[in-house]
Ligand binder design. Structure first.
Ligand code: MG
Length: 269
C-alpha cells in the first residue's frame, strides 16, 4: 500500500514537473509556402528555384510549390492560373517561356524545379496541383505529373506529397497513387467525408480549424495527416501548435521555428 502511494506521488510529481501537453506533443513539420522565398537569397521570389533551394538549405521539413499546365502539356511552377491576363491552360509554353519572375528567373518548368528538388532527399516536395477547367484536363495534368516524377526518380511517397483545391484531383491521386499523402485544401468537408473518399489528409486554412477545433484530432484518429495554411502570424501559429497539427505551412518559416523552440515543440525534419 505504502509503495503504491509512493508510486502515485512520484507519477503526480512527474506530471507537475513535465506537463503532459508539452511533453506528449509529437513533432510538427514546417512547410515553406511557395518555398522559402521571404529572404534576400531567394530575391523574394515565390515559387522560384532559388526559394526551393533556400528551404532545402534551411532544413525545413517541406517546401510547397504551385503547378499549372499549359495548353501543350508543359508543367510550370507558377501560382496564378494566368500570366499577365493570359490563361496558362489555354496557351502554349512558348508564350510563357520568357516571362521573368521577381528574382530574374524565368518561370520554372517542372523539369527545372525537380532537378533542384532531387538534390535534397530529406526535403519533402509539397506539390500543389492547381485546379484546371475540366476533369479531362485535370486527368491529363495528373498523368503528366506522374510521368515527370517518374522521369526524375521522385515518384516516392517519402519525397513528394500532393495538395489540391480540386476535389476531383485529390480523389484521382488517392486512387492512382496509394501510399502517397494527398491533402485536400478547400476546407468545406469534414474529416469523415474526406476519409470516406480515400483521401488521407487535409490541409485547411487555419481559421477552418479555429472554427472546427475537433477536426484536427478527428482526422488524426482516422489516420489522416493535418496541415494548416498559410499561418504567418505568431498568435495563429500558436493556435495551430496547440491544436496539434502535423504540418504548418507558412511564409515565415524561421519565425515558426523560433516559436516552436519557445513553446518546446519538436521540429520534424
Ligand atoms: Mg500553393
Amino acid at each position: 500500500m505504502k509503495t503504491l502511494k509512493m508510486i502515485t506521488t512520484a507519477i503526480l510529481a512527474g506530471m507537475l514537473l513535465f506537463p503532459l501537453s508539452a511533453d506528449a506533443r509529437k513533432k510538427t513539420g514546417i512547410v515553406a509556402h511557395r518555398g522559402f522565398w521571404n529572404c534576400e537569397e531567394a530575391g523574394y521570389a515565390k515559387n522560384s528555384v532559388a526559394a526551393l533551394r533556400c528551404a532545402q538549405e534551411a532544413g525545413f521539413w517541406g517546401s510547397e510549390f504551385d503547378v499549372n499546365m499549359t495548353s501543350d502539356g508543359v508543367l510550370i511552377v507558377y501560382h496564378d492560373s494566368d500570366v499577365e491576363g493570359k490563361k496558362i491552360e489555354k496557351h502554349p509554353y512558348s508564350e510563357f517561356k520568357d516571362f521573368k519572375i521577381k528574382n530574374g528567373e524565368t518561370i520554372p518548368t517542372i523539369d527545372q524545379y525537380l532537378e533542384q528538388g532531387k538534390k535534397y532527399p530529406e526535403t519533402m516536395l509539397v506539390y500543389e496541383m492547381k485546379p484546371h477547367s475540366s476533369a479531362e484536363v485535370e486527368d491529363k495534368f495528373i498523368e503528366l505529373t506522374i510521368a515527370k516524377l517518374e522521369e526524375h526518380d521522385l515518384l516516392d511517397p517519402k519525397r513528394v506529397m500532393f495538395i489540391s483545391f480540386s476535389w476531383h484531383m485529390c480523389k484521382e491521386l488517392a486512387k492512382k497513387l496509394p501510399g502517397f499523402t494527398v491533402q485536400y485544401l478547400e476546407g468545406d468537408k469534414n474529416p469523415d467525408k474526406v476519409n470516406e473518399a480515400g483521401v488521407n489528409g487535409i490541409d485547411y486554412h487555419f481559421n477552418v480549424f479555429n472554427i472546427n477545433k475537433k477536426w484536427v484530432s478527428k482526422a488524426q484518429k482516422l489516420g489522416m495527416t493535418v496541415n494548416a495554411w498559410t499561418v504567418n502570424k505568431e498568435n495563429n501559429m500558436e493556435q495551430m501548435f496547440d491544436l496539434g497539427v502535423d504540418f504548418l505551412t507558412t511564409d515565415n518559416p524561421l519565425e515558426a521555428r523560433a516559436l516552436m523552440e519557445k513553446m518546446n515543440i519538436k521540429e520534424m525534419k
